[in-house]
Write a protein that binds this ligand. Structure first.
Ligand code: CTP
Length: 404
């Protein structure tokens, strides 16, 4: 929750949706925010001032002065971390757009130095009227944030657009705004990730493949993107897709296609993480017709595929190159051999002996090996957590290189 300790002014104007505001205040207070409520005279026809003062634990303000005391709108505007106008009627919206100031709510709005959030609420036809839409554009131009209206039953009995967003949605909107800006250490860097198995065709209906699902590579692509990298994912046959639609995906089938896709892009990237389970051998020939069942035994002739990691390793200039090693015995020694033979900067070792690690699991147990001879063995963690650890290591390696 990011609203803890935040000072919020809630301005309520005259709309039937005002009846939801005690619940909105209650949720804001529950999230740790300090709330001061301002109502317009029209708002008080729809919601009880007593309810609002009870849930906000402060008197409700509604006039610039009550004859004996003056409510300092400038101080209020400066006190707040955010001002929320919910519901914002068509009338109040028009005042905000034109700078009219005839009540405490609009006076505080004009004095506010903090971000202002507006949750409109009105009937559908009023919402779609050209003047309302123009007012919405104007207030957005002034830097205010509109909390989108919802679709549903309206006060007129009609069903349509114009309902105020539900208190829970308004709360989420505000909470997201106050989310601390995440540090993105890989901003402006381009990354290439391979994931999934490869299929090597035997005939029109059969292939040689493996059990890789692509989960680990996809988690890596997502984590690299979260940390700011511009990611291209070269994905072998997998039913999984990244959730982040910023990631560019190139679908491939065979080791040869994956090789071509990686070699074509390597020069322009800063980071390459090869997590795919690439076939080491493929049939020397792909039969044009389905291979018929005949003799008791069938011998297939296979030939080596090109090693993508080794090729990229031989062409490496400033890129950080990360490979995987899947081993069943002499794990560390074999992984170390791959690190040097393929000129990678980091090898992520997976041992199939570890329970919960390997193809299809949501968890992984990995050891990171780098050229300094450092081995870091991690406990069994989720593939997402493993991806975080690997990507943080990549970010650190790039930092160290830059400062060296
Ligand atoms: N790899 C590759 N191209 C291949 C085979 C493997 O780029 N044709 C990459 C994998 O994506 C992985 C690393 O090389 O990052 C190691 O893969 P692995 O299968 O463990 O090792 P291999 O080199 O194939 O050796 P072996 O199968 O004998 O262990």
């Amino acid at each position: 929750m990011n609203l803890k300790g935040k000072k919020i002014i809630l301005g309520i104007s005259g709309s039937i949706a005002a009846y939801k505001t005690p619940e909105l205040v209650r949720q804001l207070v529950k999230s740790g925010a300090e709330v001061r409520v301002i109502t317009t005279i029209a708002a008080e026809q729809f919601v009880s001032v007593l309810s609002l003062s009870t849930v906000s634990k402060h008197p409700v303000l509604n006039t610039i002065h009550d004859g004996s005391a003056w409510n300092n709108h400038v101080d209020l505007g400066r006190w707040a971390d955010a001002m929320l106008i919910a519901p914002c009627s068509a009338n109040t919206l028009a005042k905000l757009a034109s700078g009219l100031c005839d009540n405490l709510l609009t006076a505080v709005y004009l004095s506010a130095l903090c971000p202002v959030f507006i949750a409109p609420a009105m009937d559908e036809d009023m919402w779609h009227h050209a003047s309302t839409q123009k007012n919405v554009s104007t207030v957005v131009e002034y830097g205010n944030k509109i909390i989108p209206v919802a679709h549903g039953e309206l006060a007129s009995g009609l069903i349509g657009e114009g309902r105020m967003a539900e208190p829970a949605s308004i709360l989420t909107f505000l909470d997201n705004f106050f989310q601390p800006i995440q540090h993105q250490p890989l901003q402006n860097l381009r990354a290439l990730v391979t994931a999934g198995p490869t299929f090597e065709r035997l005939d029109p209906v059969r292939f040689i493949g493996n059990f890789s699902t692509g989960k680990m590579g996809i988690a890596l692509a997502e984590t690299l993107a979260e940390q700011g990298a511009d990611v291209t994912l070269i994905l072998g046959p997998s039913s999984i897709r990244p959730k982040n639609n910023q990631i560019k995906i190139e679908l491939v089938e065979s080791a040869a296609e994956m090789y071509e896709a990686c070699v074509a892009r390597f020069e322009e990237v800063d980071i390459a993480v090869l997590a795919a389970a690439v076939a080491d051998y493929r049939p020397t020939q792909i039969a044009d017709e389905k291979i018929k069942k005949q003799a008791e035994t069938l011998t297939l002739q296979l030939e080596k595929t090109k090693d993508i990691l080794a090729t990229l390793g031989s062409r490496k200039t400033t890129q950080t190159l990360v490979g995987f090693a899947l081993e069943t015995n002499h794990e560390l020694a074999n992984a170390e051999k791959k690190l040097f033979a393929k000129n990678a900067d980091l090898i992520v070792l997976n041992s199939l002996r570890d329970e919960g690690a390997g193809f299809g699991f949501d968890t992984n147990k990995i050891t990171l090996l780098d050229k300094s001879g450092q081995h870091t063995t991690l406990p069994l963690v989720s593939k997402k957590e493993a991806a975080n650890i690997i990507v943080n290591r990549i970010a650190n390696m790039r930092n160290e290189e830059q400062t060296a």
